[in-house]
Design a protein around this ligand. Sequence first.
Ligand code: ZN
Ligand code: ZN
Length: 181
Amino acid sequence: MGGDRRGSAAKEQAIARGLDRLREVLRARNLKMSSVREAIARAALAYEGHFRVDDLVRYLHASGVREAHMATVYRSLPLMIEAGLIQPALVPNGDGQVYEASFERERHDHLRCTGCGLVVEYKSETLEALQREIAARHGFELEEQVHELRGRCRKCRRAGASTPPPGSRRSRARTAERSPR
Ligand SMILES: [Zn+2]
Ligand SMILES: [Zn+2]
């Protein structure tokens, strides 16, 4: 079943555990683990970094899973989220929700550059504890934490204070690092 970019045994075992978790969620809903569903879940678990639905579809097509269409992937998202395989990673920006694999991975938050779209991950135990404490104080049990800090990265700040405000042209992550004016 190979073909994943990193075929380390540990990663393969983690993927197998993730698939088991998904099977439980499917069973509870009287749904079956089809081969497409399994391929989508494998791709999501193996994906390095953040992805949009079209990124995942491209990844699947590149690994030979032709029958994974946008609609098919969209339908499997809620199931994968419920199973804890993936989570919404960033605050929606108008250009599609961004997800990332979350299964057996440590929680983290993001910094996002409003200039070039650069996303930086960071971990803060203090912030984690604070978020839990705030939720508890208001009687909430946390299900999802999308905490994002937005600003301008070092490169964009260096590119000049006269850069026009973002919004007119939304670039994907790590592109157009230096567009003059
Ligand atoms: Zn930037
Ligand atoms: Zn992330």
